[in-house]
Design a protein around this ligand. Structure first.
Ligand code: AMO
Length: 434
């Protein structure tokens, strides 16, 4: 009879006194004379393999004794109930096959008995990712992205992919990565901005994209990456308020889904209390925000972007999710729509949690002449925006949208101290490998 292949988590009452097969990594081994314990780790967790010398084949016992940690093995054996074993069951093996032996010593301790610096962990990230606590971050990340997809599809958005090799800047000319594209100058895209707007002219009405954005940020901080994943939407016939409503409901949905579906993974974050945010989120006007910062000793001249230091001070008064709204037009990109009755301020917003910016967005300028004027005002050349500008001449609906940083979201949700923790293979000022 074929032996059933199981994952650690699937072993249950019905398997008692039955033979099953498990495959995974040697997490730990403990040898006490006539008794060996192997902790086998697989995708779902750990299970104990117990070898009492008297009850297993001499060959199997001999092999178990020499097993090196992190080797990949396959074990076939009888399931027994054992209250002291993790999960409540143990396996008494009748065969163990080494599928691939690991070298020793390991460059990184997977059981986390020896603490390691983040840099060392990232250098050997495939081993770091084997740690159950680290795997939990990415299981939760998976749920976050699944919730994004489900929610936006339910709301009528269609998923799109826009090019990442482009000819112009969108978010200001200084943070671009130039690349060589045959005989032309090209860049890695900073944002799907121009393309998601073009898709409004194409008549899709509601689109979303989850994809990489590239920012040549010179500075090395705990909240910046050079390659990040942005969750972008664009929607026709909605204004800034309309897309803020979508954004806050999405955040609430993500938190609810994670709380409901990721209990097992959340247990790894001991002091974390995941609170599902209430909507609507608070709205804080830019003018009020700089007033709070000034009261706390950080003066921001009207019209300038809020500094990290000022956001930290403002965030002290707003620990939960909130929007900063009514930004000066000069502080936002050319595509943000100025208010008709007060063009000094724009219909743009940032979504914040405490002092951390999670997303920004706006209703967009959809008038061709105003757009050309705005591009010029921010010091860019309208001639470089040919394809984009054309979309505004032949039937561009009013529209709005936002971009939400996936890593910032995960980082804030799990209270990770460094954004690099939320990416499998982060790219920063110094890191291009692995
Ligand atoms: P913005 O430049 O504010 O807006 O980016 C949107 C969100 O993307 C995330 N983000 C980053 N995350 C990590 N490291 C970085 N270097 C980084 N840069 C950005 C942040 C940020 O809030 N086109 C507009 C969006 C729009 O208006 O639709 C844009 O790109 O969470």
């Amino acid at each position: 009879m074929e032996v059933e292949v199981k994952h650690s988590i699937e072993v249950n009452q019905e398997d008692i006194d039955k033979k099953i097969k498990l495959r995974g990594w040697v997490h730990e081994t403990r040898v006490f004379g006539g008794l060996i314990f192997i902790v086998l780790r697989d995708r779902e967790g750990i299970v104990q393999i117990t070898l009492p010398k008297k009850f297993v084949e001499a060959e199997v016992f001999k092999l178990a004794k020499k097993l090196r940690r992190e080797s990949v093995i396959s074990v076939t054996g009888m399931v027994k109930e054992e209250s002291k074993a993790p999960g409540g069951y143990e396996i008494i093996p009748d065969s163990i096959t080494v599928l691939n032996e690991a070298d020793a010593p390991l460059p990184l301790d997977v059981v986390e008995k020896v603490p390691a610096e983040l840099d060392t962990r990232l250098d050997h990230r495939y081993l770091d990712l084997r740690r159950p606590r680290i795997q939990a971050i990415f299981r939760i990340r998976h749920q976050v992205l699944q919730s994004v997809n489900n929610f936006l599809c339910e709301e009528g958005y269609i998923e799109v992919n826009t090019p990442k090799i482009v000819s112009t800047a969108t978010e200001g000319g200084t943070e671009l990565f130039p690349i060589s594209y045959f005989e032309k100058e090209a860049f890695l895209n900073q944002s799907p901005q121009l393309y998601k707007q073009a898709l409004m002219a194409a008549g899709f009405e509601k689109v979303f994209e989850v994809g990489p954005i590239f920012r040549a940020e010179e500075h090395n901080t705990v909240r910046h990456l050079n390659e990040a994943i942005s969750i972008d939407i664009e929607a026709s016939f909605l204004d800034h308020e309309g897309v803020m409503d979508v954004l806050e409901r999405l955040i609430k949905r993500i938190y609810s889904d994670v709380a409901e579906n990721c209990k097992k993974y959340l247990n790894y974050f001991e002091n974390l209390e995941l609170r599902i945010p209430e909507v609507p989120f608070k709205r804080l006007k830019y003018d009020k925000a700089i007033e709070i910062a000034a009261q706390k000793g950080e003066e921001i001249p009207w019209g300038e972007d809020l500094t990290t230091a000022s956001l930290k001070l403002i965030g002290e008064d707003f620990p939960d999710h909130y929007f900063i709204v009514d930004w000066p037009t000069v502080s936002k990109p050319f595509y943000a729509m100025p208010f008709e009755d007060d063009p000094e301020i724009s219909k743009s917003f940032d979504l914040m949690i405490g002092g951390l910016e999670l997303a920004s967005g706006a209703q967009r300028v959809h008038n061709y002449d105003l757009l050309v004027k705005r591009i010029g005002e921010v010091g860019l050349n309208p001639e470089n925006f040919g394809f984009y500008l054309e979309t505004f001449r032949y039937g561009m609906p009013p529209h709005a949208g936002w971009g939400l940083g996936a890593e910032r979201l995960l980082m804030s949700m799990l209270e990770l101290k460094n954004i690099r923790e939320s990416v499998m293979f982060p790219r920063d000022r110094n890191r291009l490998v692995p």
